[in-house]
Ligand binder design. Structure first.
Ligand SMILES: *[C@@H]1O[C@H](CO)[C@@H](O)[C@H](O)[C@H]1NC(C)=O
Ligand SMILES: *[C@@H]1O[C@H](CO)[C@@H](O)[C@H](O)[C@H]1NC(C)=O
Ligand SMILES: [Ca+2]
Ligand SMILES: [Zn+2]
Length: 498
């Protein structure tokens, strides 16, 4: 982190335009898992999602009358995708001033789709973003089942080694990887002793189990959620915070190796040594439940484990967030395995926590695509009890953003932001994303319907400071806050690059 006391008024805007000008088409998500003791394999599939943002919002035709969120959103999907109202149903939505978000489902002959969905975000009666995974229905199964629910349940119970739990079964369409659409009985199967709880999608014409939802969580972390800035706001337990679009195998699996440590496909977080300096799960099933205590030294108690867990979480979460905005494999991101989606792999982020080579700072080295980005987080000595930069999210996000901006300029060479001015832009971008990340996270999370983020009350932009916790000062480490107040902006003196 460079202490750059200079404000670039255009930085914030540059980031916003870069992320809103394009429509990004994403790859389908596949995930294959073994279920039960008999090696039953299932593949989860989500059709390709088209995600677009529209800056200040799409102008509505002059005939537009603000109606209910559900009607307006159904109308928008109809016109955008060219389908009639029988093909779209409103599922849920919420209002969080000044935004409104609606979730919709594809429908065929009255039967809803399980995995073909859409979401529409509104602001001031304008659509600001739209995501859709609606599919073509040229090869769709008949909407009346030929396999009974009873035999579907028997099949699911036998395969998943559990009992139907009585939760009302449903008939739903399921889009398949080959472009066809199956009709399925959806039933819940539980096994109390084994602790399993599944939702099975049984083909209502062939009787075959097509896919299974596993309700039991994959991973748990005690961390500072991305919408928080620093330790005093409190660690929280997050369950499965990964985004399956950006990290299809989760955060602890690179396709050939599974770990139960702070090492995975997107990042390895360690102290001292990448082999012996990792944090190992505190409980079976990828539970990383370590509590930080800032009344004792960063090296004492559970603090090192809590710091590595938080660094691992934040880098992964920013990886996943940036992926939604286009920082993908082919845009030179940081991953060990690129799953055949372009770009060079073997370059996950390497983050050294409580690094011994310095204090009171942090840095990020970005070589070209194909070599790991390397981040060093230091301990800060400005308080009676030292503070750990890994417990201040805005610093980690600032550093990770150096990796993102260095890769996104100049085609992944890592060579572009070397001059004073370009480096200054990089610093500004890093600060801006660090301070704004929770709002972006909020927008994206609404679109992927993760309830986790919806607790953030408002996207309103206020003055931002960076690094307030590590130096224990509300002003942070910059001479001015980041502000949208134009008088504050004009007041900035253009000097002082530390
Ligand atoms: C997972 O972690 C436990 C300690 O919690 C360890 O004993 C075990 O060997 C690890 N398993 C793998 C596959 O790394
Ligand atoms: C985390 O650890 C605390 C005790 O330190 C325990 O009370 C809590 O149940 C644990 N939570 C999880 C999700 O493991
Ligand atoms: Ca790469
Ligand atoms: Zn920096």
């Amino acid at each position: 982190m460079v202490f750059l006391n200079k404000f670039f008024a255009s930085v914030y805007l540059a980031i916003v335009y870069a992320s809103t000008a394009n429509a990004f088409t994403k790859h389908s998500t596949h995930r294959t898992r073994d279920i039960g003791s008999r090696g039953f394999q299932v593949e989860a599939f989500h059709p390709e999602t088209n995600f677009q943002t529209f800056g200040a919002g799409l102008e509505q035709p002059p005939t537009f009358v603000p109606v209910s969120l559900s009607d307006a959103s159904v109308d928008f999907v109809k016109s955008r995708l060219g389908v009639d109202s029988k093909k779209v149903s409103y599922k849920s939505g919420f209002t969080s001033r000044p935004s409104k978000v609606a979730y919709l489902k594809q429908v065929h002959e009255g039967v809803p789709f399980a995995n073909a969905v859409a979401n529409v975000a509104w602001k001031d009666n304008k659509v600001v973003s739209f995501g859709s995974s609606f599919v073509k229905t040229e090869r769709i199964a008949a909407s009346k089942p030929s396999v009974t629910l009873k035999s579907a349940i028997s099949k699911a119970e036998a395969t998943l080694e559990g009992k139907y739990n009585g939760h009302p079964a449903a008939l739903e369409y399921l889009a398949r990887p080959d472009g066809s659409v199956a009709l399925t009985h959806v039933v819940q199967i539980q096994n109390e002793q084994a602790g399993t709880w599944y939702e099975a999608f049984v083909d209502a014409h062939s009787g075959e189990i097509l896919t299974v939802t596993d309700f039991v969580s994959d991973a748990t972390y005690k961390v500072l959620p991305l919408e928080k800035q620093a330790f005093p706001e409190g660690q929280e337990i997050l369950v499965d915070p990964y985004d399956p679009l950006a990290s299809p195998l989760g955060w602890h699996d690179d396709g050939t190796k599974q770990t139960n440590t702070t090492a995975g496909n997107n990042v390895i977080a360690y102290k001292g040594s990448q082999t012996t300096g990792l944090t190992v799960q505190s409980g079976e099933g990828l539970v990383f439940n370590y509590t930080y205590d800032d009344t004792i030294a960063p090296t004492e108690g559970q603090n090192v484990d809590a710091a590595r867990t938080n660094a691992f979480y934040v880098i992964n979460a920013v990886h996943d967030l940036a992926y939604r905005y286009g920082f993908t494999e082919s845009a030179f991101n940081f991953q060990t395995n690129n799953f055949g989606k372009g770009g060079k792999g073997n370059d996950r982020v390497v983050i050294s926590v409580q690094d011994a080579s310095g204090t009171n700072n942090a840095n990020f080295a970005t070589p070209a695509d194909g070599q790991s980005g390397t981040c060093r987080m230091y301990v800060w000595t400005r308080t009676p009890v030292r503070r750990d930069g890994s417990l201040e999210n805005d610093i980690i996000v600032h550093e990770m953003t150096h990796g993102i901006t260095n890769r996104l300029t100049g085609g992944g060479t890592g060579r572009c932001l070397q001059t004073t001015e370009a480096g200054g832009m990089g610093e500004g971008w890093s600060d801006a994303l660090a301070e704004y990340v929770f709002s972006l996270a909020l927008d994206v999370a609404r679109l992927i319907s993760s309830s986790r983020w919806t607790e953030q009350k408002s996207g309103t932009i206020t003055d931002y400071v960076l690094g307030h916790y590590v130096i224990n000062s509300p002003a942070g480490i910059r001479t001015r806050p980041y502000s949208t107040n134009e008088y504050a902006i004009h007041d900035i003196s253009l000097n002082n690059v530390d």
